[in-house]
Design a protein around this ligand. Sequence first.
Ligand SMILES: [Zn+2]
Length: 265
Amino acid sequence: MGAYLRAQSENGKIILRIEDLDTPRCKSENTAMILEDLEVLGFRFSGDVVYQSRNLVHYQKILDRLYEEGLTYFCSCTRHDLKERACQCFLNRQTPKDHASVRFLPKLSLDESFDDLLYGKIYVDKISEHIVLKRSDNIFAYNFACVIDDIDEGVTEIVRGSDLIELTPIQNLLYKSLNCKIPHYVHLPLIEMTEGKKYSKQNHAQAALSLGTPQQVLLKALKLLGQNTLSLNEKMKPEEILFYAQRGFDLKAIPKKSVIYNDLT
Ligand SMILES: [Zn+2]
């Protein structure tokens, strides 16, 4: 909702991307349900839905290029190894091999801070630079794939949950290493089920539409985003609610602290 209203209110386009890289976990019936729910809630996106699972050849091409430029290395450390000691695999860059993860070996210096349009300047400490770009089970890392997609799709502003703040400096370093312009960021507070536990499917949260009518769900989300809902009501169509909500959208009204979910009533 936050990303949608922000894009609409700035006359931007918003892309719907299904981040289904973890194929064993991402079932197509779940995707169909997500698309259907978004439709019922009145969300309309620009262009076709983008599926990361259909872009694997392209990710590999970029990864190969980074390897040729000396910007990645293969790591054979097991989880157990990494508990005992830090990975040293970059000391002798191995030739490509199976059952190894591919890690980022940046040459440029990392900027630990970035500007966020809601939070202002954000500083992230304790960043591990050698992030995994492709896992040893051959699954591309989300951190890598979404940067590539954002570059390809010409994304100029990223609006996402504040749980991804810590990743931002390293993603920015990826942009720089690929000679691409760093986008603007808006990180949004999270909705939490209880303190520190994000309201999400992985924490067994209920689907939004099981909590009330589409209108009730939209109005609740707007309130959680700190938006003024006085001129809106449950009799409006979902599309109408979104239309008026984007007209009055106020980025600065969004609370900076995560909110604990409570009932719709
Ligand atoms: Zn290693």
